[in-house]
Structure formats: structure tokens, C-alpha cells
Design a binder for this molecule. Structure first.
Ligand code: BES
Ligand code: ZN
Length: 619
């Protein structure tokens, strides 16, 4: 509340109306991934009224957009769309809706089609009547057979980075923060959830109302419809899931309440009211998505021992880094993901202990080293130049892990107290705003570096942000728990100890993941048998452990695990797992890769299909 008031006072300088509903915004920045013209006119609020039609697999209805004209001479509104059928566009004149002309341009591959609406007299409101495509890149329509319960269909959206435009026509640019509201009309008996205020006890009567009073970037507009039920964890936290997952999820995720308390204590007020989790079907292409008020998560983190719940901590702390203060364009993604990963590890330390955070830190760091090995220099830069490339290209481990090591270095040089204080002030200063890397840099120089150039120089900051590779002397993550694994592993590989000397119960799932990830590329059949017989890795219920093992099995053509590979790929659509498993299959048995994909394809999300098809097309 206080933050919104401050935002309001700052806005007074810009003198726009309806202060309580609008976030202040700096001047428009170039965005190569949007056709919109926010430098002339800005959408401030979207209201959607949509039928959720599972038979045709479309959303059908209209979106009403409230406009703030920035340029007094402007007369056109350009919106982003992708694969939308536009039926009619109207603007409000007095009490009447008048039809107006529009042009829908040819689709550009990574951008979609610009919808240009000519408007005279700078009206306050326009209404676009439209239908989505069954192939909308941001929606996945699941048949009942593709859900856990098997009886009801399921729909979910994934807007980040540039897919919201495939389910609502808008200025799909992260610099344009908007409030939104919606009426969703799913079939009777199904339950709808949005990244907005939800009523967990709403009737399943085919009509759901939503309101999102905080301004958010459009990629955070999210919806899901299915046979969903709600169970509280505390008075602020709860879980939506299909009945089959509900109980296990509530148990596994009970720690979320503590995560929220610890995050607030360290980073400042949580500004979004409730924090709920929505468990999606296993075809969800990501691990998690930080949709405000309701994070969307994959069921593959339900391991039975809380070993994979750091993903929740990650999505939760996006409530600060990413949702409260977000990247103005996709080149600035590291402000969302890098700062979030840093905060995630701090949160895991607060909730569990240092050892747990250190293990994650090393696993993340190993991923970064692999990314640095495979990416060309220009893609190793935090503020990466994405012009001419799809926004999705920004999602490498560079913004995540190089970004977080930048913050870790600040912590090591200035100490935790000053770093935490700096972050709290950063969130206060830019609350509900979209900012660029340069805003961050200036704020850092002004608030931490100035007068302390001997601790960290402006040149060092520049190197972190604008140079490829890693600056010399960067902080190298270490984990004592993994050092114990290294020792065991080395001795086992040198035949100094037998497999039974590795005691399974001693190890955390992350130690298994690390152990498997760091085995030599080639392993003898005898070693693979020994491992599988001792630990039954082929049937591990932990998806991270299973995926790490199955990749090894594929690469070494370990026949006893191949049926499990097939089952795994038929069940799970999370791209983090699809990528390494299909890549290994393509390298060792292309025919099998193709056969499995043919069977699995119908159950994958459009983005998952793209990922696998690209791997299959490679020579
Ligand atoms: N915002 C991302 C999800 C995302 C990534 C959406 C790429 C669109 C494109 C989310 O916060 C995220 O980072 N998820 C990770 C898990 C996290 C623990 C690193 C994921 O899905 O694996
Ligand atoms: Zn993230």
C-alpha cells in the first residue's frame, strides 16, 4: 500500500489521471520484440470477456483496452497479436461503441502480426473482438486423457516472454505495465484461476470474475482452467491442483509459508496479497512461472522429501525481482532472473541452511560453465543485444547465473547487511516499474559504489554488465557436501571402494544429481549395472535424479533403462528434461528419438514441440 502511494506521488510529476490505478513509467525504451507504440499511446488497463471453448480449443470474446495518449498528435494504436482472428474493432464515443477500421499485418516470425487501429479524437477506450487459434503459442489445450484425473480437459497459458499476444491483443512489451480484469466462461463444473485476485471458493457455474489491481507487465497475465481444487497451507498461502496431486502438493509445499515470511523479513513487504501455487499437468514446458499471486509449477517437483522446492522459493522471490521491478525489455532479463536466483539462494539458506543453498549454487555454476563453453561471446553479455533474434534466445544461464554471481560479488565486497539494504531500497525505489540495465547501474553507482570505489570500481561494474565471459577473480561457488561426493566418486571410479560403500540414505537428492552429472562420459556396463542395482536409479521417483541418470543411460546405450526413457518422455513435457534427453537420443539412436517423439508429440506444449523438432532437425 505504502509503495503504491509513493509510486503515486512520483507519478504526480507526470500528471496523468487515475493515479491509484497506474504505475509511473519512465520514457519508452526501444523493444525489438514488440510492434507497439507506447511512446505515443499507452494501454493502462485491459478487461477480457472470453468463452473457454474446449471443443474448438479457442478463447473467443473481446478485450477492452483503456488508453493514455502520451503524444497529443498521435492517432493510431498498434497492438501485438499472434495467430489471432480479429473480427471487429470498436472505440467508445460517449455512450456508444463505434466500429473502426483496422489492419492486421502479415505475421513476422518471432513477433506475430501488428494490429494497427486508426483512431481519431484520441478515444479513452477501444474494444477488440477476437478468437484465438488452437495452435496459440501461449496456450496448451489438454484433452482429458492428458490430465492426471483423466476425466476433464485442461487449459493453461504461458505468456513469458512474447506469447501473451497469442491470447490477448495488447501492447505485449514488458515496459507497458497494466492492470487487468476478466470474465472467463469455461464449461460448467470446471474451475478457472488467473494471475489475479482469486476466490478459492468460487462456484463452478461457468462464469469466473477476476481483478488484478496491481499493474503488471503483460507477460504476467495468466490463466488456467481444469478440474482444480484448492487447499490452504496457511491463511495467506494455498495450493490449486487436480485432486490427484492436491494432498501430496500441500504436504510437499507446506514450507512455502516460511519461505514467504523469510523473504519478507529480508527483502521488504510482499505487495501482492495472497501467494498461491497452481500445480499444472506434467506437460507444462517450464519448471515454474512467477505469475503474480499464483505461481504456476510443474508437478515434477513433488519428490516426497522437499528436495526440489527451491523452485518455489525462486518463483516466490520473483514477487520482488521481476514482478515488482521488471525488465523494461528482454535484453534486461538478468534484472529478473539473476537477482531472483541470488535471492532464491539466500531464501533457501534462511529457510533451510547454508549447505542446501551452496549445493544449488554449485549446480547452477556448473550449468553456467557449460553455457559459457557453448555460447558465442556476444551472447555471454548480461545486457545482451537481441535485435533480429527471438526473445526466447535470451533464456540461457547467462542472465540467471552470471547475473546472480554479479550480485554475489557485490555481497562479498560490501557484506550482506549493506547488500540486503541496497536491495530493499532498490525495490522501494522502482516498485511497480519496468527498468533497464542502465537504471540498475545508475542506482548501484549512486547508492553503493559512490565513495567506495576502492571496494568496487565503476569499471568493474561495467565489465560485469557489458563484457562477455567472466571478470577475473569472480566468486567461485563451493559446496562441502559436494566435496564429500567428489571424494566417494573418485574412489569408486578408482576401484578403491565398492558401490555398497556409497550409502544412499546419506545423500540429498542434489548430491545424487551432482554425482551423476559429474561421472565420466563413458561408463562400463558393469558400472552402470552396479549403480542401478544398488540404487534403482532407473525407477527413481525424483525427476531430477531420474533425468540425470536417464541421460547417462542413453549415452551409454544402457538397455535396461530404455523403456523408462520412453515412459518418462511420454509423461513429462518440461523442456529442461526434454532438451538433454532428446539430444542424447539424437546422438545415439535417432530412429528411437523419432519414434518416441511421434508418440509423445500430441501431449507436448507448442514450445516443447519446437524444442524437440529443432533437435531432430539438427544433423
Ligand atoms: N520466468 C521463468 C520461466 C520462464 C523461463 C518463462 C523462460 C519463459 C521463458 C521462471 O521463473 C524460471 O526461471 N523457471 C525455471 C526454474 C528456476 C528454479 C530456475 C524453470 O522453469 O526451470
Ligand atoms: Zn525465474
Amino acid at each position: 500500500m505504502v509503495r503504491k502511494l509513493i509510486a503515486c506521488l512520483l507519478l504526480a510529476g507526470f500528471a496523468l489521471s487515475g493515479c491509484e490505478r497506474e504505475a509511473p513509467h519512465p520514457p519508452a525504451v526501444p523493444d525489438p520484440h514488440s510492434h507497439a507504440n507506447p511512446e505515443q499511446v499507452r494501454v493502462s488497463h485491459v478487461h477480457m470477456d472470453l468463452d473457454v471453448d474446449f471443443d474448438r480449443q479457442v478463447l473467443d470474446g473481446w478485450a477492452r483496452l483503456d488508453l493514455n495518449w502520451v503524444d497529443r498528435r498521435a492517432s493510431r494504436l498498434v497492438l501485438d497479436t499472434r495467430d489471432l482472428e480479429i473480427h471487429r474493432v470498436e472505440f467508445k464515443s460517449g455512450e456508444d461503441w463505434l466500429e473502426t477500421e483496422f489492419t492486421l499485418a502479415e505475421a513476422e516470425q518471432h513477433l506475430g502480426s501488428a494490429l494497427t487501429i486508426e483512431l481519431t479524437g484520441q478515444p479513452d477506450t477501444v474494444r477488440v473482438h477476437y478468437t484465438t487459434s488452437p495452435d496459440a503459442s501461449g496456450l496448451q489445450w489438454l484433452t482429458p486423457e492428458q490430465t492426471a484425473g483423466g476425466e476433464h480437459p485442461f487449459l493453461f497459458s504461458q505468456g513469458q516472454p512474447t506469447h501473451a499476444r497469442s491470447y490477448v491483443p495488447l501492447q505485449d512489451a514488458p515496459q507497458v505495465r497494466i492492470t487487468y480484469s476478466a470474465v472467463l466462461r469455461p464449461p460448467q463444473g470446471l474451475f478457472a484461476v488467473m494471475s489475479a485476485e482469486n476466490d478459492p471458493h468460487a462456484e463452478r457455474d461457468g462464469r469466473f470474475l477476476f481483478n488484478m489491481p496491481e499493474a503488471v507487465p503483460p507477460y504476467l497475465i495468466a490463466l488456467a482452467v481444469g478440474d482444480l481444487y484448492f487447499e490452504p497451507i496457511s491463511d495467506r498461502v494455498g495450493v490449486y491442483a487436480e485432486p490427484r496431486y492436491l494432498e501430496a502438493a500441500v504436504e510437499e509445499f507446506a514450507v512455502t509459508q516460511r519461505m514467504l515470511e523469510k523473504a519478507e523479513a529480508r527483502f521488504g513487504d510482499y505487495d501482492w496479497g495472497r501467494y498461491d501455487l497452481l500445480v499444472l499437468p506434467p506437460s507444462f514446458p517450464y519448471g515454474g512461472m512467477e505469475n503474480p499471486r499464483v505461481s504456476f509449477v510443474t508437478p515434477t517437483i513433488i519428490a516426497g522429501d522437499e528436495s526440489l522446492v527451491s523452485l518455489i522459493s525462486h518463483e516466490l522471490v520473483h514477487s520482488w525481482a521481476g514482478n515488482l521491478v521488471n525488465n523494461a525489455a528482454w535484453r534486461d532479463l538478468w534484472l529478473n532472473e539473476g537477482v531472483t536466483v541470488y535471492m532464491e539462494y539466500r531464501n533457501m539458506e534462511d529457510v533451510y541452511d547454508r549447505e542446501r543453498a551452496d549445493m544449488q549454487s554449485v549446480i547452477g555454476y556448473q550449468g553456467l560453465l557449460a553455457a559459457l563453453d557453448s555460447l558465442p561471446p556476444e551472447r555471454q553479455i548480461l545486457a545482451v543485444d537481441l535485435s533480429g533474434r527471438p526473445a526466447d534466445d535470451v533464456f540461457t544461464l547467462i542472465p540467471y547465473q552470471k547475473g546472480r554471481l554479479f550480485i554475489t560479488e557485490i555481497e562479498e565486497r560490501f557484506g550482506r547487511e549493506r547488500t540486503d539494504d541496497f536491495l530493499r531500497r532498490y525495490f522501494e525505489r522502482f516498485a511497480f516499474q519496468a527498468i533497464t540495465t542502465e537504471h540498475f547501474r545508475e542506482f548501484l553507482l549512486e547508492n553503493l559504489i559512490k565513495g567506495n570505489e576502492d571496494i568496487m570500481s565503476p569499471e568493474r561494474v561495467h565489465e560485469w554488465i557489458y563484457e562477455p565471459g567472466m571478470p577475473e577473480g569472480y566468486p567461485v561457488p563451493r559446496s562441502t557436501a559436494f566435496e564429500r561426493v567428489d571424494e566417494m566418486s573418485e574412489r569408486w571410479l578408482a576401484d578403491e571402494i565398492g558401490i555398497s560403500d556409497i550409502r544412499r540414505d546419506d545423500w540429498h537428492a542434489l548430491q545424487w544429481v551432482y554425482f551423476l552429472n559429474n561421472l565420466p562420459d563413458e561408463l562400463s556396463r558393469a558400472r552402470l549395472d552396479a549403480l542401478d542395482e544398488a540404487f534403482d536409479l532407473t525407477h527413481s521417483a525424483n525427476y531430477e535424479v531420474a533425468a540425470a541418470w536417464l541421460e547417462i543411460a542413453i549415452r551409454n546405450r544402457y538397455e535396461p533403462a530404455m523403456e523408462r526413457v520412453r515412459e518418462f518422455l511420454l509423461e513429462v513435457g518440461r523442456m529442461k528434461f526434454l532438451r538433454p534427453l532428446y539430444a542424447a537420443l539424437v546422438e545415439t539412436d535417432r530412429e528411437l528419438a523419432e519414434a518416441i517423439y511421434l508418440e509423445a508429440r500430441a501431449g507436448y506444449h507448442p514450445l516443447g514441440r519446437d524444442t524437440v523438432e529443432r533437435l531432430l532437425d539438427e544433423d
